[in-house]
Write a protein that binds this ligand. Structure first.
Ligand SMILES: NC(=O)c1ccc[n+]([C@@H]2O[C@H](COP(=O)([O-])OP(=O)(O)OC[C@H]3O[C@@H](n4cnc5c(N)ncnc54)[C@H](OP(=O)(O)O)[C@@H]3O)[C@@H](O)[C@H]2O)c1
Length: 388
């Protein structure tokens, strides 16, 4: 698939101008129907981004009718609205960090659409609890439960990534939708992963890189397929290049917030570089790879420290978790995004990332150095003549 330049029509579809129309139409659809208290809770989020949506799911037809009369998804849209009436039969999806926050609602929306969803979690107990809650919500919404599976995957451990990918590939399963969502933020002190890498680098970038690198051929074989990487607007601040002179990131240059920003910049560089490389694999021209900023949502992401975590997300929160999952779900499922690859999305619209995130040479170097680390760690052996 060639990298698609955003068309005027695409921009128009993704514009924010539909916000008022969506809200009005949704309210009209709601008023015209006699829905359960659960639906009432859901529609209350049209009235304010901060109100919790609960885990109830409204019938897609109600939301779909509202959306069809509007311009398209926007900042206030929830994952369900974005999904609209899209159905995902025979689609296999994998969401990392699916037991909490944005990943939870992304996985739930995909299951609601009918996909078989793998919840990739580092703690299987937390994964099983999320699965149970999702199944209850789906049942409540009157949707036959698709298969939801919990798989153990600790992204900060290359052996855990290897164990998962080996099993997955051996089972011969397809993979159509991959959401690289898991993350940690602003760990106060320099901490290392089991493999000895700085923890935010290891979890947010290297683990996802290893996972995608190992599954790339299977994703291409399953195409059409989509890969979405959770980045952040934090990649812009401070506006500086990815620091490849400090590779892998060392204790000497460690700053809690800086390490997070750099890892999120790496996420965009990775998503763009993958969009080019996957196109070279047979079938890969029908695989898209985009990065997203989900908004600012008060999730447990800030658990590592009070001030730069909980307080920051709480103060700047601009939407709830269901809305936070919308841009991921949009990039994974929306017909408007078909053929769009190598882009950065926020509020369900393609937007320009920082100049450093579009540095193709930095993306290429990051990819190569990450591969070298994996080879060094024995994660994979490069075949003679193999291209990255
Ligand atoms: N919230 C925001 O405002 C915001 C803004 C911009 C970008 N983002 C990005 O959105 C993504 C999701 O964040 P969130 O806000 O939903 O946070 P969250 O609720 O804390 O979810 C993070 C998920 O990642 C998992 N995780 C952490 N370390 C892991 C590891 N080593 N292996 C596997 N899974 C691991 C967590 O598992 P446990 O529950 O076991 O810890 C959890 O399921 C992150 O990539 C974040 O950078 C968030």
């Amino acid at each position: 698939m060639a990298r698609v330049v955003r068309s005027t029509a695409f921009r128009r579809t993704c514009t924010r101008r539909g916000a008022v129309a969506v809200a009005a139409a949704a309210w009209a659809a709601f008023a015209a129907s006699s829905r359960s208290p659960g639906d009432r809770a859901f529609f209350s989020i049209f009235g304010g981004a901060m109100k919790p949506a609960g885990k109830q799911i409204p019938p897609a037809e109600v939301v779909g009718a509202a959306l069809r009369s509007a311009d398209g998804p926007n900042k206030q849209s929830t994952a369900w609205e974005v999904l609209d009436t899209t159905r995902l039969p025979n689609q296999t999806a994998l969401v990392t960090g699916a037991n909490s926050g944005i990943g939870y609602y992304t996985a739930l929306a995909l299951a609601y659409g009918g996909a078989q969803v793998l919840l990739a979690c580092r703690d299987p107990k937390r994964g099983e609890a999320a699965k149970k809650a999702m199944e209850e919500a789906l049942q409540d919404a009157g949707r036959p439960a698709p298969t939801i599976e919990v798989v153990e995957l600790d992204l900060s451990s290359l052996s855990s990534v290897r164990m998962f990918t080996t099993t997955f590939l051996k089972e011969g399963r397809p993979l159509h939708l991959l959401c690289l969502n898991a993350g940690v933020m602003a760990i106060p002190k320099f901490e290392t992963s089991r493999d000895g890498f700085e923890m935010q680098f290891a979890t947010n970038h290297l683990g996802h890189f290893a996972l995608t690198r190992a599954l790339a051929t299977r994703i291409a074989e399953s195409a059409p397929a989509r890969v979405v990487t959770l980045a952040s607007e934090a990649h812009r601040a401070p506006n500086q290049a990815y620091d490849l002179s400090d590779w892998p990131p060392s204790a000497a240059k460690y700053g809690d917030w800086r390490a997070y920003q750099q890892s999120k910049l790496a996420n965009i560089l990775f998503a763009r570089e993958f969009s080019k490389r996957v196109a070279l694999i047979p079938g890969g021209d029908l695989v898209s790879s985009n990065a997203v900023h989900p908004g600012v949502i008060s999730t447990p992401l800030g658990r590592q420290q009070v001030l730069k975590g909980k307080v920051l997300l709480g103060v700047f929160q601009d939407r709830d978790e269901v809305q936070g999952a919308a841009t991921s779900v949009f990039c994974l499922t929306a017909p408007q995004v078909e053929g769009v690859t190598g882009e950065y999305f926020r509020d369900c619209a393609a937007t320009e990332p920082s100049e450093f995130a579009t540095d193709a040479e930095a993306g290429r170097r990051l990819w190569e150095l990450s591969e070298e680390l994996l080879v060094k760690e024995g994660f994979f052996v490069r075949d003679a003549g193999e291209e990255g």
